[in-house]
Design a protein around this ligand. Structure first.
Ligand code: ADP
Length: 479
């Protein structure tokens, strides 16, 4: 089995969000387990300028047809950690300052998709699996069907992973021809149509052999209309091939035993004493008046999704129970302003830093007793997994991947629990879980058992890798 991931992001060359982690980490695991895996991505400006000391060579040039236009495409190639990277280039589309955020993004990724499949044809590559990701690649199975079926060295199966269903990749009906040279009847018959537009995302859902989302609960949420009714109906239609597979965590990067950023390293054996040392040091550095109080923290983008308002609205009650609260994040100005206001109200117990700091984030995970994730929605979430790894108990809203990764404490199940959950998005529901967390914290034996349970959870990529490998085999009819 040979796998090619087609994606707009992959580490170490480009990471804007979680997508860049997933495509790289999954490919890396595939390679480690002897499944030849390559990645196809655009040749962004930052890659051509900063080659990471690698030899990136041009290996092919051909013309891509977009209706009446013929555009030059150059393919560059390198190998990094056993993964072959193919870079698709057209200077006009990809030699730009940023990877995304242009008015012609849909057209740029139309070119990218056409060129990715054509590259397989021109270079006579053979892949049994084409694993495509998010809206930037949703048209690929249809492009294959229209122009390359029966012409490639191998007939690939298509796996489509939806990381973020909010981006639909919308273009006009006429663009189906203008960009892809595909007849508009594919709009009229509904295959590519979402409301009155062509949607790359919907097309990927309709035409792939298997569809995955980033957690089983999020898969259910999507089927229940989370991303809007129209997407729901096409997902419902494809229900039999939809799976939820949780992302893994880079357990080498996130390891309290070797973490170079934290005050004192620790592991499961010495977590309780060493974590307190980290907390006291951190709380002093951050200016908390009483460093010994239980510490509740947040590391997040400050957006509505992350549910910060619930915490801010509950601060008074939280403070009445004597605790410290720390926030690290950047984002929407009105949320920052609200946080800054509360800092002035509770200067001794509430501290926030508005910055992006990898180093500080590591310190937060190592020093906190509880990690707050009151998210309105969370397709997978990674910070709850990092928290587990650092023996910090996630206190999260029961949504998406948080449901799938946290076994909630219910007052008596400390033998198995590894965090806390609350269901309703309101203050009362949150405060019930908060008070339960404090109760647990006061009882050393059950608390330490839950901390140990958290540190025992296996969030490595191995599990996800196995699920994807099985899904690939299933798609190939080899299960
Ligand atoms: P999302 O992808 O929705 O932003 P995730 O929970 O999946 O949320 O991932 C967030 C990642 O970004 C985590 O690794 C977290 O530590 C990191 N992060 C978020 N904000 C900051 C910040 N201000 N400083 C450092 N790291 C941050």
């Amino acid at each position: 089995m040979r796998v090619n991931m087609i994606t707009s992001e992959a580490k170490p060359f480009l990471k804007v969000g979680g997508l860049g982690d997933v495509t790289y980490s999954l490919s890396r695991k595939m390679v480690v387990y002897k499944i030849p895996t390559s990645i196809t991505m655009p040749y962004y400006r930052n890659i051509r300028e900063n080659k990471l000391g690698l030899n990136i060579e041009k290996v092919s040039t051909f013309e891509v047809r977009m209706a009446w236009r013929k555009l030059q495409c150059d393919i560059y190639k390198t190998i990094y950690q056993g993964i072959t990277y193919y870079f698709i280039n057209n200077d006009f589309y990809f030699d730009r300052e940023k990877p995304y955020g242009y008015l012609d993004d849909q057209e740029r990724f139309a070119f990218f998709q056409l060129a990715s499949v054509q590259m397989i044809y021109e270079m006579e590559l053979a892949f049994e699996i084409l694993h495509i990701h998010d809206w930037q690649t949703g048209m690929i199975p249809l492009i294959y069907d229209q122009f390359y079926k029966g012409k490639l060295k191998k007939e690939p199966k298509f796996i489509y992973t939806i990381h973020n269903p909010a981006f639909l990749g919308l273009v006009d009906r006429k663009d189906l021809y203008d960009y892809f040279t595909i007849n508009e009847s594919y709009f009229d018959n509904g295959l590519t149509r979402l409301d009155n537009k062509v949607s790359y995302l919907k097309t990927g859902i309709m035409t792939s052999d298997r569809i995955t989302t980033v957690s089983p609960t999020h898969a259910k949420e999507l089927l229940n209309g989370f991303a809007g009714r129209n997407l729901q109906s096409c997902l419902e239609y494809r229900k039999g091939i939809v799976r939820g597979i949780i992302n893994g965590l880079d357990v080498k990067e996130w390891n309290p035993d070797t973490d170079p950023f934290i005050h004192v390293n620790y592991n499961k054996e010495n977590v309780l004493s060493r974590k307190i040392e980290n907390k006291i040091q951190f709380a002093k550095e951050m200016g908390f008046k009483d460093p010994s109080l239980p510490l509740f923290s947040i590391v997040a983008r400050l957006t509505e999704q992350k549910g910060l308002d619930l915490i801010l609205d509950s601060l008074k009650e939280m403070m009445d129970h004597k605790c410290n609260v720390f926030i690290l994040g950047t984002g929407e100005k009105d949320i920052e302003n609200k946080i800054a206001y509360y800092q002035s109200v509770y200067p001794d117990n509430f501290v926030a830093k508005f910055m992006y700091s990898e180093e500080l984030s590591h310190k937060v995970y190592a020093s906190s007793d509880f990690f707050l994730m009151p998210s309105r929605f969370e397709p997978c979430g990674i910070t709850q997994m990092i928290s587990h790894r650092y023996g910090t108990l996630p206190l999260a809203r029961a949504t998406g991947g948080l449901v799938d990764t946290i076994i909630p404490y219910n007052g008596s199940n400390h033998e198995v629990a590894d965090g806390l959950l609350f269901t309703e998005y309101n203050k009362n529901s949150y405060l019930v879980a908060f008070k339960m967390a404090l109760e647990l914290y006061k009882h050393k034996r059950p608390f330490s058992k839950v901390v140990h349970n958290a540190m025992d959870v296996d969030h490595s990529w191995k599990k996800s890798y196995l699920e994807f490998r099985n899904l690939y085999l299933e798609a190939m009819g080899r299960d």
